[in-house]
Design a protein. Structure first.
Lengths: 241, 242
C-alpha cells in the first residue's frame, strides 16, 4: 500500500475523531441524567413556584422585622408593650376567624333543582352535594376570599362540610337548602370565580342544573366561629423550650 | 483511482465506525429513554433550581430567626408581668388556631400515589385531575375532628386554596407533585376509620387505581403556615362591649 498524503490525513483525522468520541463518552456518562421534554417543563414550573414562594417569605420576613423594630422601641421605653400585644392579639384573633367581620363581597345562593325531569336518569345529579360546596369554597379562596360563611357558619380550616343524608353538616351543625355562601373580598373577582365559563359553578348551573344565583353586595357580615375548638392531641413545637 | 486497496480498507473501517456509533446511541437511548434533548439545557435548569431552593431555604431560616427573636421579646416580658403573660398566652392560642405555629401529636399519614399508566390503552391520569378527592379527604378528616392538616407539608388553613396549574397542583402558592402526602393530627383510630370506611375516601381512591397507604403515627409534625394574611376588604364589626 502506498502511503500518500490523503491517506495520512484521513488516518490522522480518524484517530482524532476516535479520541474525541472516547473522551466525550467518558466525560458525560456519570452526569448523564434522563432528560425529556416533560422533565424540563416540570423543572421550569418548579423554579417558578419556588420564586413565588420566596416572594411570599420575603413579605413575611419584612412584616416580622417591623415587629422586632417595634419591640425594640418598646425596650427603649417609647411604647407600651401591653398595647402592642393587644393589637397583635386582635389581629391574630381576626385571622383565626374568631371575630365577626364585614366588608364588600358576594352572596351565592344554591338550591336543589326540584324539577321532576331536570336531569335525565341520574336522579341525584341535580341535588347539591358536599363536593359541590367544597369546590365552590375552593374557587372562592382561589379568588382571594378573606372570609367565607355557609348559612352563617364560618368556614375555617377545621370546618367539615359533609353530606349527612338530606342535610349538609358544617361545624357540627346541620344545614339544609337553600345554601347561602357568603364571602368577603373583591366582589368582581369573586363573582367571576363562580360565574365565568369554565368554572365549577358555571358547570353546576348549566350541566347539573342546580340553581345558583350570585349577588354582589357592599356589605356582607360574616360571623365569628361560634363553636369551641380545643386541641387535645396537637401540641405546639417550640424551639428552645 | 490510484490505490483501490486503501479505499476499500477505509470504506470498511467507516462502515464499522458507523455501526459502532449507532450501537452506542441505541444503548444510550435504551437506558436513558426516548426524546432526549442536549443535556445542557437540563443542566442549566438544574443549577437554577438548586439556586432557587437554596434561596428558599435561606429565606426560611431568616424567617425562623426573626420569629424566634419576636418570641424572645414577647416571652421575656411575660415572665415579670401577669397582664402581659395572659395577653401572650391568648396571642399564642390564636396563632395556633390560625396555623402560624408548628404542631405535633398523634395522627395519620395518608399517601396517595398516581395510578400506574395503563399500558394496553395508554390511559393516564393523576390526582391533578381529581382535586375533589383531596378536598373531600380534608373534609372527612375535619369531620373526624382532625386538629391540624397538611398536604405535602403545606399547612391547610382557612385561606388555603388548591389549584390546578398545568400538570401539577399549587397549594398555598407552592407547587406540589405526586405523591400526595396528607398528614393529620387527631385521634388516630377515629381518623383511620373515617377514611377507610366502606365506600369512603380510600375505597374511592383505590377504585380509581390510586395506590394508597395509610399509616398511624404517634408523632406527626405539621409545619406552620408561611404566608402573611392581610385583610384588604374586611373590617371588624364593632360588637357591643360586654
Amino acid at each position: 500500500m502506498k502511503i500518500n498524503r490523503t491517506n495520512l490525513v484521513v488516518f490522522g483525522l480518524s484517530v482524532m475523531l476516535g479520541i474525541i468520541i472516547a473522551v466525550q463518552f467518558k466525560q458525560k456518562v456519570p452526569e448523564m441524567i434522563p432528560v425529556t421534554l416533560k422533565s424540563i417543563e416540570t423543572t421550569k414550573n418548579e423554579i417558578n413556584a419556588l420564586y413565588k414562594e420566596i416572594e411570599e417569605l420575603k413579605i413575611m420576613i419584612k412584616d416580622k422585622e417591623e415587629k422586632i423594630e417595634m419591640y425594640e422601641s418598646i425596650l427603649d421605653g417609647n411604647e407600651n408593650l401591653s398595647s402592642v400585644l393587644k393589637e397583635e392579639l386582635r389581629k391574630n384573633k381576626t385571622i383565626a376567624g374568631f371575630e365577626t367581620i364585614k366588608g364588600p363581597g358576594i352572596m351565592v345562593k344554591m338550591t336543589d333543582n326540584m324539577d321532576e325531569n331536570a336531569f335525565g336518569q341520574a336522579f341525584d345529579m341535580d341535588l347539591i352535594h358536599d363536593t359541590d360546596v367544597l369546590r365552590i369554597i375552593n374557587d372562592l379562596r382561589i379568588a382571594g376570599a378573606e372570609a367565607i360563611s355557609i348559612n352563617n357558619q364560618r368556614v375555617l380550616s377545621f370546618s367539615e362540610i359533609k353530606c349527612g343524608g338530606p342535610i349538609i353538616r358544617i361545624n357540627g351543625r346541620s344545614i339544609g337548602t337553600p345554601i347561602y355562601i357568603r364571602a368577603i373580598g373583591d366582589p368582581q373577582v369573586l363573582s367571576a370565580a363562580i360565574n365565568a365559563p369554565n368554572t365549577y359553578g358555571y358547570a353546576l348551573k348549566n350541566i347539573s342544573q342546580i340553581n345558583i344565583e350570585t349577588s354582589m353586595e357592599d356589605e356582607i357580615i360574616i360571623p365569628a366561629y361560634n363553636g369551641v375548638f380545643q386541641f387535645r392531641y396537637a401540641k405546639p413545637v417550640r424551639e428552645g423550650d | 483511482m490510484k490505490s483501490k486497496k486503501g479505499t476499500i480498507a477505509i470504506t470498511i473501517v467507516s462502515i464499522l465506525l458507523g455501526i459502532i456509533l449507532s450501537l452506542q446511541f441505541k444503548t444510550v437511548s435504551a437506558t436513558v429513554g426516548e426524546g432526549i434533548l442536549p443535556t445542557q439545557r437540563a443542566q442549566q435548569l438544574a443549577i437554577e433550581l438548586k439556586k432557587a431552593q437554596e434561596e428558599r431555604d435561606a429565606a426560611l431560616k431568616a424567617l425562623n430567626e426573626v420569629e424566634d427573636k419576636i418570641a424572645q421579646y414577647e416571652r421575656g416580658e411575660a415572665d415579670n408581668n401577669v397582664i402581659i403573660e395572659n395577653l401572650y398566652k391568648d396571642l399564642e392560642k390564636y396563632r395556633i388556631l390560625s396555623g402560624y405555629v408548628d404542631l405535633e401529636g398523634p395522627g395519620i399519614i395518608l399517601e396517595i400515589q398516581d395510578p400506574p399508566v395503563d399500558v394496553q390503552y395508554g390511559i393516564e391520569y393523576s390526582i391533578v385531575d381529581d382535586l375533589d378527592l383531596i378536598l373531600q379527604t380534608i373534609s372527612v378528616l375535619n369531620a373526624a375532628q382532625a386538629e391540624a392538616i397538611s398536604i405535602n407539608d403545606q399547612r391547610y388553613t382557612a385561606y388555603t386554596e388548591i389549584v390546578r396549574a398545568g400538570d401539577h397542583i399549587e397549594i398555598n402558592g407552592v407547587s406540589i407533585n405526586s405523591p400526595i402526602v396528607i398528614k393529620a393530627i387527631g385521634d388516630p383510630e377515629t381518623l383511620e376509620s373515617a377514611l377507610s370506611i366502606k365506600r369512603g375516601i380510600i375505597w374511592t381512591l383505590r377504585y380509581y387505581d390510586y395506590t394508597v397507604n395509610l399509616i398511624k403515627d404517634d408523632n406527626i409534625r405539621i409545619p406552620k403556615y408561611r404566608k402573611l394574611i392581610e385583610f384588604v376588604y374586611s373590617q371588624p364589626v364593632d360588637e357591643d362591649i360586654n
